[in-house]
Design a protein around this ligand. Structure first.
Ligand SMILES: *Cc1c(COP(=O)(O)O)cnc(C)c1O
Length: 384
């Protein structure tokens, strides 16, 4: 919901642009910290959801650690206030350069995804004369019941180490003297809205954690990843994810040993609802059985609908006309460049402002310059 004075200000700004409501962001951060704090849980923000410096600074100053998936994300996390001692680095294909950077900074943990990667890290750490703290990224074989492109915890996914490899992994660890096992890491997917999925995750984590403990490897950190979903259909009514129920599932079911700490890596849940993509209608075109509202934002600005068939609420901010149905499409030369079919909007004309809601996560960070289009900039609520 945008106040009339904000919409007036939007009229002066060249479109498309991302608008970030810092009040929504800060309330969301505050609530997540409060609910996690009840149980002493550690939060690491997943930078890939949104890595704008201003957003990173708000999150780091609330005491979050960082979850990174590239060397540049490790660098950005540290530059924007996350202490290196609370930075994790995951990813199935890390380059030697990225691994050296992580070792130089002495980050909290490198999440290793294969035996070969363990050998490479050991060799790099040895060359640098340092120890490497590592966590094992484990595939728990829990189905996240989400879009197949954002499912990561199944045997057929490329991520992590499979349970039948555990014996070989431990044998390797005993021979690699530069590696210190710090944690067990699980991340099964994104936009998970069924809390039952996290219950299944807890059960698998308990079994796997017990097995490692029996083998004499008590990991300090049990990291259950991110994945908590947001409500894309009700961005105003449900702007804050249900952190309370989410953390309660873990508090009820997870069995920790001794000094073990539970870590979470939310990305989407923290930033999705604070962002909207603001765009202008270029043309309205009648077609067979449909009517197109052609806007000046494209799939290069926000790829989620084209890539994951995901739903975003679309609002016309400047018309009060009678409701009609529109296919809301962008200008990019791909038929997948469509933000919504048969969207009910008040009568829409050239020049109207349209907001594509819940675009704060995996929006700007996934933008490209396809068709040589300019990248959309960002505007923050405290700047206009
Ligand atoms: C992407 C990612 C996350 C964040 O996932 P969300 O669904 O945005 O919460 C957390 N951990 C890892 C390892 C990731 O790759």
């Amino acid at each position: 919901m945008f106040k009339p004075e904000i919409i007036e200000k939007f009229r002066q700004i060249p479109t498309p642009f991302y608008y970030y409501d810092l009040d929504v962001l800060n309330v969301t951060i505050g609530r997540s910290v409060l609910e996690a704090g009840r149980y002493g849980y550690q939060l690491h923000y997943a930078l890939k959801a949104n890595s704008n410096p201003k957003i990173l600074k708000s999150i780091s100053s609330a005491g979050f650690g960082a979850d990174c998936v590239s060397g540049n994300e490790v660098q950005a996390a540290i530059e924007n206030g996350f202490p290196a001692s609370q930075v994790m680095f995951a990813g199935v294909g890390k380059t030697d350069h990225e691994l050296r950077l992580a070792l130089q900074y002495g980050i909290e943990s490198i999440n290793v995804e294969s035996i070969q990667e363990m050998e490479v890290i050991n060799e790099l750490a040895s060359g640098m004369g340092v120890k490497a703290r590592v966590s094992l990224r484990i595939i728990p074989n829990v189905d996240a019941h989400t879009h197949r492109h954002i499912t990561t915890g199944l045997e057929e996914n490329k991520f992590g180490i499979l349970p039948w490899q555990f014996d070989a992994v431990l044998e390797k660890l005993r021979s690699l003297h530069r590696l210190e096992l710090q944690g067990l890491h699980f991340h099964i997917g994104s936009q998970i809205t069924d809390l039952g999925v996290f219950k299944s995750l807890c059960e698998r984590v308990n079994e796997i954690n017990a097995w490692f403990t029996e083998q004499g490897y008590l990991a300090d950190i049990i990291n259950v990843g991110g994945g908590l979903g947001v409500d894309y259909s009700e961005p105003d009514k449900c702007s804050i994810p249900d952190f309370e129920s989410y953390f309660r599932v873990f508090s009820d079911l997870i069995e920790l040993e001794g000094r073990q700490k539970l870590h979470f890596e939310p990305g989407r849940a923290i930033v999705a609802q604070c962002g909207s993509l603001i765009t202008r209608v270029l043309f309205v075109k009648e077609a067979v059985n449909t009517r197109f509202a052609i806007i000046d934002a494209g799939m290069n600005d926000l790829i989620r609908p084209a890539l994951y068939q995901s739903y975003h609420k679309i609002e016309n901010l400047t018309s009060k006309g009678e409701k009609r149905k529109y296919d809301v499409v962008g200008p990019v030369c791909e038929s997948a460049d469509c933000f919504g079919k048969a969207v009910s909007l008040p009568e829409t004309k050239r020049g109207d402002l349209v907001a594509i809601r819940s675009a704060g996560a995996y929006g700007q960070t996934m933008a490209s310059r396809y068709n040589l289009r300019d990248l959309a900039g960002e505007v923050y609520s405290d700047e206009i």
